[in-house]
Write a protein that binds this ligand. Structure first.
Ligand code: HEM
Length: 273
């Protein structure tokens, strides 16, 4: 029988990641509910199907997870019933995505996960503070997400390093692309509460709330660049550390200069300040 995709809370033994996107997939059984031994194809197909990601974008995210935290398994050529099977498996446990280190995905200054520790669930205080921002602003724009991330870096007292900066920008971008309302450009407070906080798919997901247009890799990269430009407009990197600047407005105006490649214009604006 096909699994029901109604929400069901994780059991105490179920494995979960520091990712609201993947935990919601497991909580709705689009990937195994126990969060264990997920195959590459299962994760690829689920991210495409549920969040309407393009194949290249879903491939990039899935590959990042498997390359950094996947595990290989070896078995015999025949299973217990004597049927021939491929003896090598490559699977992912959601909990392994919480592993920390410069070559892992998990990083500090997350929206709703504590810094410095392996995290498998959203931190209620951080969810509350994200929700307060969303409510005060009538929803989260891409810039609001970037500003929350910048604030978390300020609290941390140091920068993230190049790789984790890219990862954080990618997460902010994909979250906004998938969850924002195209009519208003914002992620409504209700979605922040339900998806980030409770790791459920927002209400009405399959009745028009899910993105109607496929979200592509280039679109995600462009959006991540915009996220990063806002963060870097708030911080200047010097000697590997981040220092706060007051020139945010100038920088944001500069990156909208017409007739230039957006990314180059943004990087120039940071160096000039
Ligand atoms: C398909 C493979 C994916 C993998 C392997 C993955 C992995 C991760 C990991 C390891 C983190 C933790 C980073 C941290 O320490 O903050 C994370 C965070 C996050 N992921 Fe995913 N993710 C995937 C897909 C998605 C999708 C499809 C979405 C959106 C629909 C998403 C949205 C997010 C967001 C918003 C965060 C940040 C959470 C926070 O800052 O508190 N992810 N992801």
């Amino acid at each position: 029988m096909a699994p029901s995709h109604d929400f069901s809370s994780p059991a105490p033994t179920d494995l979960r990641a520091p990712c609201p996107g993947l935990n919601a997939l497991a909580n709705h059984s689009y990937i195994s509910h126990d969060g264990a031994n997920i195959t590459f194809l299962q994760l690829l197909e689920a991210t495409k199907f549920v969040y309407n990601l393009s194949t290249p974008l879903a491939l990039l995210l899935t590959m990042a997870g498997f390359a950094t935290c996947g595990k290989f398994g070896w078995s015999t050529f025949f299973n217990s019933s004597g049927v021939v099977q491929w003896p090598i498996s490559w699977t992912l446990n959601l909990a392994d995505l919480a592993q920390r280190g410069s070559t892992k995905i998990a990083h500090d200054a997350s929206f709703v996960h504590a810094s410095g520790v392996e995290s498998h669930a959203a931190d209620p205080a951080l969810v509350k503070s994200l929700l307060l921002v969303a409510e005060a602003q009538g929803g989260m724009t891409l810039e609001s997400f970037a500003r929350v991330h910048a604030e978390r870096i300020r609290e941390l007292g140091h920068g993230l390093g190049w790789l984790h900066e890219q990862v954080a920008a990618g997460e902010g971008a994909v979250a906004w692309l998938v969850m924002h309302n195209p009519q208003t450009g914002v992620v409504e407070p209700e979605k922040v509460k339900i998806w980030f906080g409770e790791e459920k798919l927002p209400k009405g997901w399959w009745d028009g709330v899910r993105p109607t247009r496929v979200i592509g890799l280039l679109q995600a990269k462009q959006t991540a660049n915009e996220f990063e430009a806002v963060v870097k407009g708030i911080f200047v990197r010097q000697d590997g550390n981040c220092h706060q600047t007051t020139a945010t407005r100038v920088r944001l105006d500069v990156f909208r200069l017409p007739g230039r490649s957006g990314t180059q214009a943004r990087i120039q604006s940071i160096q000039l300040a």
